[in-house]
Design a protein around this ligand. Structure first.
Ligand code: ADP
Ligand code: MG
Length: 141
């Protein structure tokens, strides 16, 4: 166990569904601290760069289209095992497979519009945090 930081995104469908606060409440209830946050509207290049690892996947264009259709809330979460903890709070990628009580089970529309993003490991967390935040925008506590 160690204190980690991870990147969270409330995706455009989450903002549209008015569940930003509900997502934040679940992060905090799960022991994670929001140490940086902002609302942004990504352009195509920004979303393509963020999801570059998926650029060969058949759903890439659709995913980029979805992620740029409206604003998102990007945050840095900090806490004990924050990367795995956040993914536990989020639930499985496909909401049909997501556990009861998870964000995706409760709010996702489908496997694409699944309400939240969370980094999947220490290296991606580092890259993803730096993709959206300067060090002086992050308030580790
Ligand atoms: P996760 O967000 O759970 O880490 P992935 O990294 O595999 O999932 O995929 C990134 C995002 O791409 C997903 O959250 C979802 O929005 C979208 N996605 C994944 N698989 C599919 C799919 N089969 N069809 C459409 N969109 C998908
Ligand atoms: Mg992923």
């Amino acid at each position: 166990m160690s204190i980690e930081q991870t990147l969270s995104i409330v995706k455009p469908d989450g903002v549209e569904k008015n569940v930003i606060g509900e997502c934040f409440r679940r992060f905090e209830k799960g022991g994670l601290k929001i140490i940086a946050t902002k609302m942004i509207h990504m352009d195509r290049a920004k979303a393509e760069g963020f999801y570059a690892v998926h650029k060969e996947r058949p759903f890439f264009d659709s995913l980029v289209q979805f992620m740029t259709r409206g604003p998102v809330v990007v945050s840095v979460l900090e806490g004990e095992n924050a990367i795995a903890k956040n993914r536990e709070i989020m639930g499985a990628t496909n909401p049909e497979a997501a556990a009861e009580g998870t964000i995706r089970k409760d709010f996702a529309s489908n496997i694409e519009e699944n309400t939240v993003h969370g980094s999947d490991g220490p290296d991606t967390a580092k890259f993803e945090i730096s993709y959206f935040f300067e060090t002086n925008e992050i308030f580790s506590r």
